[in-house]
Write a protein that binds this ligand. Structure first.
Ligand code: ADP
Length: 492
């Protein structure tokens, strides 16, 4: 087992890439501006990164446009596109320790998670979509009259991809995999908090042989680089993961050019524990569902509904586990929880903790900062939470769990659905009828039964209601990067 120092060293073994990737070249931003990316564990600056804005986005989009319209990518055989994606996955696997360490440095997530969860999922996602590249089929359609009619699925064109900081590499893989398999070219704007691993993936993509202009990466801020990508006339589609309020702005700005949009947004996911469940399994699964990645998951099970007769036992077990959770240096392989990503998130989460206390919820674990350096917050559990409290309604995006008591299945279904969100839900029960009733009636894009956070590149993921638009992953995720073309031929 590698030591803390060895893991930390792996992050900076290579010279860090800090420039923009445009048309196969690493360039400084045209303005010459840079921005700092911080280590959330120490609050120190890791390095300055070139700050792209509208002028750089314009160059990147033109490069992607050229690679799509007249460049080699459209002429590359589908199977060879797939081989390049496989090659990228292989290169990531060869560099897995360094990439995991870099992700932990920039984001603060524990090395055990970046090395054994994020990175394997990144590789698996790319390989899954590599296999699709030569299997994107149309149909033949029996229309009236003497005609032969078929459909083709063509790439949507240039994809603008805007991602958040909570899973920087995994979100990159979710975006790149289907886009490249479908034959699109792309411009990625990583989150300003965590640009480093996407840039390293850009280096590996060049090594894998992707032609110039197919993959472009422009780090920068949302209001400048992100907004410029959304309104650029040369972009056909925007794939965005982030906050609902940002998605509203993107939708408005994309309207003029009628861009295709897919959104993966926030949640306030209900996690329902019936008294007949295996309560230890439910408690363990709920801890993962809530506290994985410092609670910074769009699908986190933040509203834990527990049936009355099991309530006190579940709360006691959860509180004991939360108090025993090991916080600390994310490079320590034993660390279970690292710091939140930045000060803004840290402050926002602590303000929700204060709201929970002042609204009368009972704080049974955590409720405060951990240590005095780095953005650490103790895993926090509130009991006696009412549906109308801010901590039960609003997305906190941190390690704060609301436990809510319920009596009957009809009541809990109504209350689970009493939210503007609909990303995920889970149910814990030994009664197959109850499990199916929840799966049937809770309005959410993913339902987990007796498990939580089970992700697979083949299974579609996305939200009902304000949690999203369209789906990522699986065949559905691929469709979002294609247009259907209908071809009709007269037979006489
Ligand atoms: P978060 O609170 O998780 O940072 P955001 O929605 O603010 O969520 O950010 C997600 C991504 O969207 C980031 O890459 C960010 O830079 C980008 N972004 C923010 N505002 C805009 C905008 N107006 N247009 C395009 N992208 C934006």
């Amino acid at each position: 087992m590698a030591t803390v120092t060895e893991h930390r060293h792996a992050a900076t073994r290579r010279k860090l890439q800090t420039k923009l990737l445009i048309d196969g070249q690493w360039r400084e931003s045209q303005s010459g501006k840079t921005f700092a990316t911080l280590d959330p564990c120490t609050e120190d600056v890791i390095i300055e990164v070139s700050e792209g804005d509208a002028a750089d986005i314009d160059l990147a989009v033109k490069a992607a446009r050229k690679a799509f319209d007249s460049g080699p990518w459209r002429k590359t055989d589908a199977r060879d596109r797939g081989r390049m994606i496989y090659k990228l996955a292989d290169l990531i696997e060869e560099n897995i320790d360094d990439l995991a360490a870099l992700e932990t440095l920039d984001n603060g997530k524990p090395i055990s998670e970046s090395r054994h969860a994020d990175l394997p999922l990144v590789i698996d996602c790319l390989r899954y979509y590599a296999g699709w590249a030569d299997k994107i089929h149309g149909q033949t359609i029996p229309i009236r009259g003497k005609h032969f009619c078929y459909t083709k699925r063509e790439p949507v064109g240039v994809a603008g991809q805007i991602i958040p900081w909570n899973f920087p590499m995994l979100m990159t893989a979710w975006k790149w995999g289907p886009a490249l398999a479908a034959g699109c070219t792309l411009v990625l704007k990583p989150a300003e908090q965590t640009p480093l691993t996407a840039l390293r993936m850009g280096e590996l993509a060049l090594e894998a042989g992707f032609p110039a202009g197919v993959i472009n990466i422009v780090p920068g801020y949302g209001e400048t680089a992100g907004a410029a990508l959304v309104s650029h006339k040369g972009v056909d589609k925007i794939a965005f993961t982030g906050e609902g309020r940002t998605a509203e702005i993107i939708m408005r700005n994309a309207a003029d050019s009628m861009k295709r949009l897919t959104f993966e947004l926030g949640g306030k996911s209900p996690n329902i524990v019936f008294a007949d469940a295996d309560l230890d399994a439910a408690v363990n699964g709920s801890m993962v569902g809530m506290f994985l990645n410092q609670g910074q998951c769009c699908c986190a099970g933040t509203r834990l509904f527990v049936q009355e007769s099991a309530h006190d036992e579940v709360v006691a077990k959860l509180a004991a586990k939360a108090k025993a959770r090991k916080l600390g240096d994310p490079f320590d392989p034993a660390t279970e929880q690292g710091p939140q990503v930045d000060r803004a998130q840290f402050d926002k989460i602590l303000s929700y903790v204060d709201k929970g206390k002042s609204e009368g919820a009972q704080c049974v674990a955590g409720g405060e900062r951990h240590g005095d350096k780095g953005f650490f917050i103790r895993p926090t559990i509130f009991a006696d939470v009412r549906d109308d409290m801010a901590i039960a309604r609003e997305e906190i995006f941190g390690p704060v769990l609301s436990v809510i008591k319920f009596k009957t299945i009809d009541e809990v279904i109504a209350r689970a659905n009493g939210t503007e969100y609909g990303l995920a839900a889970a149910v814990w029960t030994r009664d197959i009828g109850k499990a199916h009733a929840i799966a049937d009636q809770v309005r959410a894009g993913t339902i987990w039964i007796n498990c939580y956070d089970v992700f697979d590149a083949a299974a579609p993921f996305g939200g009902f209601k304000r949690s999203g638009l369209g789906r990522e992953l699986g065949e559905k995720g691929l469709e979002a990067y294609t247009e259907t073309k209908t071809v009709t031929i007269a037979l006489d």
